[in-house]
Design a protein. Structure first.
Length: 142
């Protein structure tokens, strides 16, 4: 499944996480969560840009860690926005690596793109189980 990684952070370090995206997408393809025909856009942004998106599209006046916008285009699955500043804060807060936090955020956003949600306990349990499957190469201790 093709994807574009668009880094709007002015920090080239974040593009090294391209392989995390590839690995998680490979697992998602193997488990038939995704198919080869869709394209995915992953956009790396900072707090202020995420705050603007969250306010504009979700009516929430604060930045979040990820936002997923499912596409109406039959060739594109979704646009996934990852807030790298939130990623860094959360990695420190949860005491694991940036690599692990980035993997978690991408897997979480990808599942939203595939229709998973966590609005109730049953849906959340299903989403968590799928996240664990997608993150099998990125154990918590990374």
């Amino acid at each position: 499944m093709p994807f574009s990684l668009i880094n709007q952070t002015q920090n080239k370090t974040w593009t090294q996480y391209r392989n995390i995206i590839k690995n998680i997408m490979k697992v998602a393809l193997e488990s038939h969560l995704l198919n080869e025909k869709h394209h995915l856009n992953v956009i790396l942004i900072l707090d202020h840009a995420m705050h603007e998106l969250n306010l504009m599209y979700k009516g929430k006046d604060y930045p979040t860690d990820v936002l997923t916008f499912v596409s109406d285009d039959e060739d594109t699955l979704a646009d996934i926005f990852i807030n790298v500043e939130a990623c860094a804060r959360q990695a420190q807060e949860y005491q694991h690596s940036l690599k692990r936090e980035f993997a978690f955020l991408f897997a979480h956003a990808l599942l939203h793109a595939c229709g998973y949600d966590h609005e109730n306990e049953t849906d959340e349990a299903m989403m968590i189980a799928r996240q664990k499957e997608l993150l099998r190469e990125y154990p918590r201790e990374l």
